[in-house]
Design a protein around this ligand. Structure first.
Ligand SMILES: O=C(O)CCC(=O)C(=O)O
Length: 219
């Protein structure tokens, strides 16, 4: 089902009644920036077991960024997976990759088979509770290429993912509630024109893991 965002209500609930598990959400009338939303990409048992495995086995770390001359810890834990040459960084954080585990390779293969794109790296985010977050940003680092396709798998607690246009205030902010097992793909020119975030919330104290598969272009 293709859906035009301009007809969307305030928050899109991924547990809607549509029969079709895949929705294409266009962010602009020209359809240059778009999302593909696979509700329940992983079944509940598989998603719950993957969450537990990753929570326990991933060497989660809390990185620090420098803002206005002050170093502060980022409000979430992270881990970076990929081939040894897939170096990545943002906001002064240099990430050296951990090799993919068999479990993560299997998930990557399943996502690649579904969306038709290939990924060589993964930024995993661990939100310990509703006070962990990621603020407005675009995944627009040069090593991600011109129009990066970012595939983002949600596990654990439901959190609200929002997108807003970088410059044009006439576009509404879009909110998507991402549930355990949902896969969201950001594609086209999305990273050029739109920012995304997962805001803090008082509604939950439960953890969430988000796996964002990316393709890094190695020089
Ligand atoms: O947790 C999410 O759903 C989004 C993560 C994110 O924005 C990122 O890793 O760039």
């Amino acid at each position: 089902m293709q859906q035009d965002l301009f007809t969307q209500p305030d928050a899109v609930d991924s547990k809607n009644n549509s029969e079709d598990p895949v929705e294409t959400l266009y962010l602009d009338p020209e359809r240059l920036s778009f999302l593909q939303f696979y509700r329940g990409f992983l079944n509940p048992d598989r998603a719950a077991s993957l969450f537990k495995t990753l929570q326990k086995d991933v060497p989660w770390r809390q990185d620090r960024i420098r803002i206005a001359g002050k170093e502060i810890p980022i409000p979430r834990l992270q881990a970076w997976f990929g081939n040894i040459d897939a170096q990545y960084g943002y906001s002064g954080i240099a990430l050296t990759p951990i090799p993919f585990s068999p479990t993560l390779s299997e998930i990557k293969n399943a996502i690649e088979a579904t969306c038709g794109d290939n990924f060589n790296s993964l930024l995993a985010n661990y939100y310990r509770d509703g006070q962990d977050s990621v603020s407005w940003h675009a995944d627009d680092e040069t090593e991600l290429g011109t129009n990066p396709v970012i595939a983002s798998l949600s596990l654990g607690e439901t959190r609200r993912f929002s997108l807003k246009h970088k410059h044009d205030k006439s576009f509404d902010t879009l909110h998507l509630d991402l549930h355990q097992g949902d896969l969201l793909i950001m594609a086209g020119e999305t990273q050029h024109h739109w920012l995304h975030q997962v805001a803090k919330t008082k509604k939950t104290r439960e953890p969430r893991i988000n796996l964002t598969f990316r393709k890094i272009y190695v020089k």
